[in-house]
Write a protein that binds this ligand. Structure first.
Ligand code: DX5
Ligand code: ZN
Length: 225
């Protein structure tokens, strides 16, 4: 079953000195989702921003706020991210011992629940919660930083997860090192949601963003046949 291609610019690569305008511009440039990388300096070796920043950005865009929590523990903060206006809240399978409870909590907050797995994490961690998620995020870099190189070995895992999803209404997302070169590889493996930070925000103008988004989208759509 082919799911529509979604382009989700990661604002980690945006100009933090004018984040509201960047979110507005990248939305106007054609972003389907806004990918929000939340980092705590504990689960990943970097610190980004929290729910208050997301709340401040909410009025800058009507796009889906796709929140990627690279934090541990995550449960104590789920409500704050839901109230901040996130539409999808994705937790890492590696972030704690009670993944099913975290996903249940996200859905009980009325939000779409996502599970993310790192490059070294097998898809077997997802099987027990396949009916409790609306999105599966496959990391194609080790989380914490933008501008890293795509790890091609995740493509085989993506194919297996795509088969696991079957006809379920689950978006399959990839995150890290997505460019016009790697986007078709991901789409051909059954991935439909593409996170891209540096490849979208390259150029720094709304015109550049529009060109970058449509080039990545065209490359992905072209590979879905
Ligand atoms: C990394 C983040 C990614 C990253 C993507 O931990 O989860 O979303 O910002 O950045 P690029 O597209 O530059 O690899
Ligand atoms: Zn991310």
């Amino acid at each position: 079953m082919s799911r529509p291609i979604k382009i989700a610019p990661s604002i980690l690569a945006a100009d933090f000195a004018k984040l509201g305008k960047e979110v507005r511009d990248v939305t106007d440039a054609g972003a389907d989702w806004i990918h929000l990388d939340v980092m705590d300096g504990h689960f990943v070796p970097n610190i980004s921003y929290g729910p208050d920043v997301i709340k401040a950005l909410r009025s800058s865009s009507e796009a889906v706020f796709d929140c990627h929590l690279m934090i541990s523990p995550c449960d104590p903060y789920l409500e704050a991210f839901a109230k901040a206006g996130c539409d999808i809240i994705t937790v890492h399978a590696e972030a704690g011992p009670h993944l099913h409870r975290s996903l249940q909590a996200v859905r009980s907050l009325g939000k779409k629940a996502g599970v993310a797995i790192n490059p070294a994490t097998p898809e077997s961690l997802i099987e027990p919660v396949i009916n409790d998620v609306d999105l599966i995020l496959i990391m194609s870099v080790n989380p914490g930083f933008g501008g890293q190189k795509f790890i091609p070995s995740i493509l085989e895992k993506a194919r297996r997860i795509n088969a696991m999803i079957g006809t379920r209404a689950i978006d399959l997302e990839v995150d890290g090192g997505i460019t016009v070169e790697t986007a078709p590889l991901a789409a051909a493996a059954g991935i439909n949601a593409l996170v891209a930070g540096s490849a979208v925000f390259r150029g720094g103008t709304i015109e550049a963003y529009r060109e970058n988004i449509s080039a990545i989208r065209a490359a992905a759509v072209g590979a879905t046949g």
